[in-house]
Ligand binder design. Structure first.
Ligand code: ADP
Ligand code: MG
Length: 313
């Protein structure tokens, strides 16, 4: 039965030129491009913790890969290969088929080959590892922010958190908001475009303030964010600023990139992201000291009612 599931997966997984041997042997054989460094990342999604139990299998598949690709994007790496560990309560072929619909659609978009994995029985849980390539020494790290850098964010913030809150409250959320929660867009092209321009980068998975805080502590700097500069989608902009702000500043699951770059690179950054059709907003500056301060329209420090997503809350 597990072998039946594995053969379903094997039949549908696409390959690429640098895969010497994919699914089917004891290990995959991969041929990295000379001169490139391997960027390796892994994320687990547990049912009821990282996605609601009612999530459609295709959305689980999409999100399991998307959150991993987002980590590679934040490093400026090009995704190449992935492995998939699936824990399933029963050998449910319909679930696997649906899961693969979402997972492989995203894999195809980014030319990522599924080269192996593991299939076991247990509570529903999905663990994906991704491997990407980035030119030696060029990766975008968390520890490169410098005083005077401008802080930027791609896309818009807060949609996923707004959809999650609506769902937890038993309300029906706007379709566009819900799509951001279920089918996040990893900013792979944007990350690649920022190589050589950005000093530091992180993906916004736990909330802007929390994630920018990681950049600041790794870099030994502080940051000042203008709340009014945080970008909102048309759906989110319908909420009044005091309602929307906690989602934008503190809500997780957006998978946008937050990065810093020197003011002299401002035009180059704008052009690089325009070339990959990704919106980018300047939202603040890197300061001496430590910690992230969010400033409201009156110039006063603002305290978020909720800071980041507590994974085990
Ligand atoms: P082994 O006992 O050697 O670990 P498995 O029966 O677990 O072998 O897996 C057989 C092959 O199928 C291996 O190449 C493995 O990488 C692949 N595989 C197993 N599960 C998955 C999965 N969920 N996704 C992709 N490949 C998988
Ligand atoms: Mg195995």
């Amino acid at each position: 039965m597990e072998f039946d599931l594995i053969s379903r997966i094997r039949q549908r997984a696409a390959s690429r030129g640098d895969v010497v041997l994919g699914i089917g042997d004891d290990a995959a054989l991969l041929q990295p491009t000379p001169g490139m460094q391997l960027a390796v990342s892994m994320d687990t999604l547990n049912s009821g913790v990282h996605f609601p139990e009612t999530t459609a299998p295709a959305d689980i598949g999409w999100k399991a890969l998307a959150v991993n690709l987002s980590d590679l994007a934040a490093m400026g790496a090009s995704p190449a290969w992935c492995t998939l560990s699936l824990s399933l309560p029963s050998p449910d072929a319909a679930f696997v088929d649906g899961f693969l619909d979402g997972f492989l659609a995203l894999a195809q978009q980014h030319d990522v080959a599924l080269v192996g994995g593991d299939t076991t029985r247990g509570p529903l849980s999905v663990c994906v590892a991704v491997h990407g390539l980035v030119a030696g020494g060029q990766a975008l790290r968390r520890d490169g922010a410098r005083e005077g850098d401008e802080v930027w964010v791609t896309g818009t913030l807060g949609d996923a958190a707004a959809a999650l809150d609506a769902m937890l409250a038993g309300a029906v959320s706007d379709r566009a908001l819900r799509a951001r929660l279920d089918r996040p867009t990893p900013r792979v092209e944007a990350g690649r475009a920022l190589v050589g321009l950005a000093h530091a980068c992180i993906d916004v998975s736990d909330g802007l303030l929390a994630d920018l805080g990681h950049v600041c502590s790794a870099s030994g700097v502080g940051a000042r964010i203008e709340l009014d500069a945080l970008p909102a989608s048309p759906s989110l902009a319908r909420f009044a600023a005091p309602v929307r702000r906690p989602w934008q500043a503190g809500g997780g699951d957006d998978y946008e990139l937050c990065f810093t770059a020197p003011p002299a690179a401002r035009d180059a950054v704008a052009e690089a992201l325009e070339a990959v059709a990704v919106r980018a907003s300047r939202i603040g500056t890197i300061t001496a000291g430590s910690g992230v301060v969010a400033i409201d329209a009156q110039g006063k420090p603002w305290q978020p009612p909720r800071r980041g997503f507590a994974h085990f809350a």
